[in-house]
Design a protein around this ligand. Structure first.
Ligand SMILES: [Mg+2]
Length: 299
């Protein structure tokens, strides 16, 4: 498969298209569009890393294309470079105000086109990486608290609109401090990674979310899952962790590392604006599981 970044070139002049294609096709996958409508369609389906956009076109002009790209969630993060004739400074101002990242003036200077495209693709790559990393827990590679908060809120609103339910599992590694004291922090980090792996393996649905809640606490969001369903999954997790057979000599509960789990499920009502209640229900259940001897699931 061609892994090179894709650039979409939009121009109603075939000679310009051909020129830009020649300049860019050495390094990039180049797709072309000859009018605004086609540009919007191709941006949506191809998701290019960058768009070179002519301003003056028959029908929908470049400004309008840029505006519409910005309105669509799927295309609003694609950087746009406007392509315009050198004497149209007012156009340049207007385009930048619309959110274009840069300008290329006609007639093209191939080396300049190349460098600008390369720079903006690199910036886009860095932005994407940062956006991804800011939502991932560095140690375990699963979602972090921030992503959990976002996803739970999204799913809560969705369930509120559709009348569906949401299941939540909150879990905590038992006697984790004694584990760290006994085996050291490297082993403690490894244990966190194993538990994260167990969670990901036990919840393979792409709609489920597994996240590190903080410290040795994890949380799972199960959209469309009622209490019985959540309970079944939680029990599987509890057993799977014990079965991993991580020795825990400092535990008063079991010879192996174990987890305690609290589960809850709710059908959000329209007047309940946020999922705070669901979290506190799962939290209370987790507390009960701890108080009742750990290595178990509570509702
Ligand atoms: Mg034109």
């Amino acid at each position: 498969m061609d892994e090179r970044p894709r650039v979409l070139v939009v121009d109603d002049n075939r000679m310009n298209l051909q020129l830009l294609h020649n300049i860019l096709s050495q390094r990039y996958q180049v797709s072309v569009a000859i009018n605004g409508e086609q540009a919007l369609k191709r941006a949506e389906t191809l998701r290019p890393g960058l768009i070179l956009l002519d301003i003056k076109m028959e029908g929908m002009d470049g400004y309008e294309v840029c505006r519409r790209l910005g309105e669509q969630e799927t295309t609003q993060h694609i950087p746009v470079i406007f392509v315009t004739a050198k004497d149209q400074q007012e156009d340049e101002r207007k385009g930048l105000e619309l959110g274009a990242v840069d300008y290329i003036t006609k007639p093209f200077h191939p080396a300049i086109v190349e460098v600008r495209v390369r720079n903006h693709l690199e910036l886009k790559r860095q932005r994407d990486t940062l956006a991804r990393l800011s939502r991932i827990d560095g140690l375990t590679g699963i979602a972090n608290r921030r992503q959990f908060d976002d996803v739970l809120m999204e799913e809560w609103n969705h369930a509120s609109r559709t009348g569906g339910c949401i299941g939540l599992i909150l879990l905590d590694i038992d006697h984790f401090k004694p584990f760290n004291d006994h085996y050291g922090h490297v082993a403690g980090d490894d244990a966190l990674k194993v538990v994260a792996r167990v969670l990901s393996d036990t919840l393979p649905r792409t709609t489920d979310l597994v996240a590190r809640y903080g410290g040795e606490e994890f949380v799972c969001v199960l959209p469309g899952t009622d209490l019985a369903g959540v309970l079944t999954v939680a029990r599987k997790i509890q057993e799977a962790v014990v079965e991993r057979g991580i020795p825990h000599a400092a535990s008063s509960t079991h010879a192996n590392l174990t987890v305690s789990l609290g589960v809850a499920s709710a059908q959000p009502k329209p007047e309940e604006r946020d999922p705070e209640k669901l979290i506190s229900l799962a939290d209370e259940a987790l507390y009960k599981a701890k108080a009742s001897g750990r290595n178990q699931v509570s509702v």
